[in-house]
Write a protein that binds this ligand. Structure first.
Ligand SMILES: NC(=O)c1ccc[n+]([C@@H]2O[C@H](COP(=O)([O-])OP(=O)(O)OC[C@H]3O[C@@H](n4cnc5c(N)ncnc54)[C@H](OP(=O)(O)O)[C@@H]3O)[C@@H](O)[C@H]2O)c1
Length: 370
């Protein structure tokens, strides 16, 4: 891997990915980073690598393709690109479908329309998500989603459609397609670093908002724990993965595939596409997550599950938890990861108990929308 083009490299996942790439592949020569606003990032500490070359482009704009095709500088640069990492998307469960369509589907479609500009492309890594499974409880296969999923939010729906576009794209250049489906990505395992509120942070932020009330429970005598009903299913798990574990695993997968494209044995079974689900080796049930949270803060509370009801819809709204994530509190999906055994010696174990405190330390008082 010598010359790489990356979209979404300025995002939360992308920044950690960039770091992992440079650690895993120190000999990479050039990294073309596509962003709508290079000026915003050029002087940022996370992007001070001599390999980075900025490309200003809004991929949702159909003119981008023509602009690249008629610009000699871009054409010459793209000639030598052997790897594409496509992570650009809108990650916002609250956004409407049109905005999701523009930034998740159109961005990919426009990029694929430019594919002839990359004649030496060998590997195309597409970052999808486990929510392409929608609300189909059961098992997320490391392969194409066959049954039509049900969606109650636009992000998952748009990502599902984009994944299908990528899978079905007939390319004139014979590159290999690799699809990664990260779970609920949380802050990094060392410092809990996170720059936005999403996934389980909505719940944590909701609890932080009422922490002035929860603190009173500390003064209850003995070990009496106040029962606190919350709408979730006891069997539901939170498929978490710290961002650094996620990007480290993607890089190790990339490395193994470069050395031997049949390394994981998945290549031939799925129409020449490799799929990887990325969740921690051990991730918590919602009940355990909440128990650990109360223990961490010393609250004397016992969260227990109830079905969704009018009161909880009202409570969740009050706590700022968006309705789009309620259905995920009742899912019972299983996430097999065939590759992890093979990578055991190359990746760090990823266990909730080891990084949970870093997540609970997230400083909501400083967060953008606190
Ligand atoms: N975070 C998670 O929990 C999670 C979980 C599973 C999967 N994922 C997937 O991982 C990828 C990255 O997610 P993230 O959390 O890092 O998102 P993010 O922080 O919101 O970053 C989004 C990235 O996409 C780029 N982008 C969006 N629209 C674009 C457009 N029209 N033209 C060019 N670039 C555009 C942005 O670039 P500029 O703003 O610089 O232009 C930015 O780099 C996404 O594909 C997401 O679906 C994320």
């Amino acid at each position: 891997m010598k010359n790489l083009l990356m979209t979404g490299g300025t995002g939360f996942l992308g920044r950690f990915f960039l770091k992992s790439i440079l650690e895993t592949f120190p000999h990479v020569e050039k990294i073309y980073l596509v962003t709508r606003t290079p000026k915003k990032y050029q002087s940022h500490k996370d992007f001070q690598y001599p390999q980075i070359i900025w490309i200003e482009a809004d991929l949702s704009d159909e003119k981008t393709q023509g602009h690249w095709a008629h610009n000699k500088q871009y054409k010459d640069a793209f000639q030598n690109i052997d790897t594409v990492i496509f992570a650009a998307a809108l990650y916002d469960v609250k956004a409407d479908f049109e905005t999701n369509y523009r930034n998740t589907i159109l961005t990919l479609e426009n990029f694929l329309h430019s594919i002839e500009l990359f004649p030496k492309l060998k590997n195309f890594h597409y970052i999808s998500t486990i929510v392409v499974q929608g609300l189909n409880s059961s098992l997320l296969p490391e392969g194409p989603i066959i049954s039509k999923p049900i969606f109650q939010e636009n992000y998952g729906h748009a990502k599902f459609l984009a994944e299908k576009i990528f899978e079905n794209f007939q390319s004139p250049i014979p590159f290999k397609k690799i699809i990664y489906r990260p779970g609920m990505v949380v802050g990094d395992s060392h410092f809990g670093e996170m720059d936005k509120i999403d996934g389980c942070y909505y719940v944590l932020k909701g609890l932080w908002r009422i922490s002035f009330l929860l603190k009173f429970t500390k003064y209850f005598p003995w070990n009496f724990q106040i029962p606190f009903p919350i709408a979730f299913k006891d069997q539901t798990h939170l498929p978490l993965i710290p961002v650094d574990h996620c990007t480290e695993r993607m890089c190790q997968i990339m490395k193994c595939l470069l050395e031997d494209e049949h390394y994981f044995g998945t290549y031939n079974v799925n129409n020449g596409i490799s799929y990887f689900t990325l969740v921690s080796d051990e991730f918590p049930s919602i009940r355990y997550f909440l128990q650990c949270y109360t223990k961490y803060h010393g609250y004397k509370l016992n969260f227990f599950p109830v079905m969704m009801n009018f009161f909880h819809q009202w409570l969740f709204r009050l706590l700022g938890i968006p309705p789009e994530i309620y259905p995920y509190m009742f899912l019972e999906t299983v996430y097999p990861q065939k590759y992890t055994e093979k990578l055991r010696s190359k990746i760090r174990p990823s266990q909730f108990d080891h990084y949970k405190e870093k997540i609970f330390q997230f400083p909501f008082s400083n967060s953008k929308d606190s």
